[in-house]
Design a protein around this ligand. Structure first.
Ligand code: ZN
Length: 361
């Protein structure tokens, strides 16, 4: 079957296809209802599918929609894995836990953030401790979340970012914008002031569902960074750690490390791997984010700023609102056969290597 058929048109479609395919593949299903609804009034869920022995000590975990709208990609890979029959390749004694739409609200509403405007992958900090500072973001708040949104404002904002980049460098600009910030709840890349619904659920999944697991591999699907169609395996395990070494072995050195400066991503505050590691309490974890490029970074940023403006100051149900929704969807989900084919091939290669790594030793 062609890869393009695995991808869905919206959250509701993705959910139904996932449930049907997981059911047909004989998975044990479980669902968690989100307290809010989607834009068409549809109920929202995070769905869990467990394939393989319930007692398995080796578990592959795939996660879609950590960043909501990026869920088209991860859901497509999960549905494809189920529909194509690749589940038959699962080694004996190994389980595969598919977490479908960990941030269903962002997926349904075509937002990268959760219902409370929080970047889930910056939310896993200790909210009782002082928050990390991000002075770069402070300097750019006005440019990144302006009160109005029109061509003049956009041009002014872009100019401000350019001035910052020229003075401080491109990496500093990237860190300022996307490293995470904890002071501006109405800004972008906001890490929150408390654990979000999706974080609490993820911690619960890792604690309860993986209580027996001794070896865990995680593939968390993302989009929006790096060259179009390329799937970068970003590994945030510490430089010099056995986990990073193991990931390099499993994936044949085809991984990158933000801490070592080899990734298209800079180092982040409060990413979900922190929560996974804590929940597994010393048991073996080999986690990667599989990050697919879409369109150039400045355009992705523009879409994020536009969407942020829309949800704080604009009107969803207006021509401008609809145009912005199209813009953000396209920024994180290039709806072309070619891109889907690339996503699918890299996903298959990655999950095969993860299962092989889990099964050895
Ligand atoms: Zn992402």
């Amino acid at each position: 079957m062609a890869a393009k058929t695995y991808f869905s048109r919206d959250y509701a479609d993705a959910r139904q296809r996932f449930l049907d395919a997981a059911g047909a593949a004989g998975a044990a299903l479980d669902a968690r209802a989100h307290p809010l609804n989607g834009p068409a009034g549809e109920a929202l869920f995070t769905d869990l599918a467990w394939l393989g022995p319930p007692e398995a000590e080796r578990v592959l975990v795939t996660i879609s929609a950590t960043h909501g709208v990026e869920g088209f990609c991860g859901s497509g890979a999960q549905v494809g894995w189920l529909e194509s029959g690749l589940t038959r390749e699962q080694p004996a004694g190994t389980a595969h836990l598919m977490v479908h739409a960990i941030n269903p609200h962002g997926f349904a509403w075509l937002r990268r953030v959760t219902e409370d405007n929080v970047d889930l992958n910056r939310n896993f900090v200790d909210h009782e401790a002082p928050y990390p500072e991000n002075s770069g973001y402070e300097a750019l708040t006005e440019a990144l979340s302006p009160r109005d949104w029109d061509e003049a404002v956009i041009a002014e904002s872009q100019a401000a970012l350019e001035v910052f980049a020229e003075a401080n460098g491109r990496t500093a600009l990237q860190s300022a914008i996307s490293g995470g910030q904890y002071r501006h709840p109405e800004g972008i890349f906001f890490g929150g002031r408390r654990p979000t619904w999706s974080r609490l659920l993820m911690e619960e999944i890792f604690e309860a569902r993986l209580a027996r697991a001794q070896k865990v591999a995680v593939v968390d699907f993302h989009t929006g960074l790096g060259p179009h169609g390329h799937g970068e395996r970003i590994c945030v395990h510490a430089p010099g750690s056995t986990a990073l070494k193991r990931a390099a072995e499993w994936y044949r050195d085809d991984i990158t490390s933000p801490a070592l400066g080899t990734s298209s991503s800079i180092e982040l505050h409060g990413c979900n791997e922190v929560g996974m590691e804590k929940a597994l309490a010393g048991r073996e974890l080999t986690a990667i984010a599989l990050e697919y490029g879409t369109i150039p970074t400045p355009e992705v940023r523009l879409a994020l700023c536009a969407d942020n403006w829309l949800h704080h100051h604009g009107e969803l149900d207006s021509p401008k609102g609809e145009a912005i929704k199209e813009q953000i969807r396209a920024a994180f989900y290039p709806d072309t056969d070619d891109w889907k084919e690339q996503v699918w091939e890299r996903a298959v290669e990655t999950l095969r290597l993860a299962l092989k790594g889990l099964a050895q030793g």
